[in-house]
Design a protein around this ligand. Sequence first.
Ligand code: A3P
Length: 344
Amino acid sequence: MAAQESKPSNLPILPKYLNEDEELSQECKDLIATLPTESGLINNRIHQYNGFWITTSQLQGTLNCQNHFQAHDSDILVVTSPKSGTTWLKALTFAVLNRKIHYPNPSSDPTQTSHPHPLLTTNPHDLVPFLESVLYFQTTKPDLSSFPSPRLFASHLPYGLLPESVKRSKCEIVYLCRNPKDLFVSTWHFANNLRSETRGQIRIEDSFDKLCKGTIGFGPYWDHILGYYKEGLERPEEVMFLRYEELKGEPIRVLKKLAEFLGFGFSKDEEKGNVMENILKLCSFENLSNLDVNKRGKVWFGIENKTFFRHGEVGDFKNFLASDMIHRLNLITQEKLEKHGLKF
Ligand code: A3P
């Protein structure tokens, strides 16, 4: 049997980017008229809303979910800035929560079994959809009835822009951040994969200036990190703050901590039965990036799945950044984060 890409039926079908003013709600148009606007890395227009930069389409989705999403106390929200390891965190969280239903067998060949693990046939972005840029992207009333409890959603929104119902609820938030230098290099490559032919490729220097100014999707990056870091210190039961580098360095320890935080801790039998190792293998860069679905498929909005997998390494920035760029990023990181106890 050939492995097929299975799109979960609870996802909207191929919405398109809303760049035309006439496709936006009046509320969104009125808001945009009051906001500073710049050209983004990927999209033509990016707006500064409550201190963060958001594309036109995502602003509409943000307003929709801010106004209409009702969080449940049992919900789980995975949050990142783009290129911090979202795809990985989505895969891991999905595999942890669903391991009783779908045993994580990374070596099973999806073409040979009638019930392959969903991660073997579906990109993590289609299993754990974003609130603002998928579910509420073009509607104020998505059908969420098919999401089993605990409902698992994702977001790139900074803490301050999350729907009030999320902040008021006991919903669990897992936040993953990444060294700003690696995040920058990953963002630059991703932007060049996605930019339209008319806009052409962006030079690393121009991309760098945008990152430093914060005019990238959901930027400034440092403020995004800080919002969740502070919230994690204040509400450790509800907000877990993780780093890509620690997940890479000590995957078993972090996975165990993640599962416990979610209330899905591993039993002794599971530990002995290598369930954690299997989940890590299933969700590994090597495994996911080599799957048929991730080599050829596309996620809901038409981006090729393969663009979410590049190198997946720590320290790749050394291959791309000039020493003055490294120096500048280190300075911003020191200035913005170190005084709060956060070092990279
Ligand atoms: P690089 O561009 O540095 O390789 P996001 O998922 O937030 O878009 O982040 C993408 C980054 O995470 C890319 O980094 C990508 O290669 C890396 N990545 C994707 N899947 C991964 C996985 N399973 N394990 C580790 N890193 C992964």
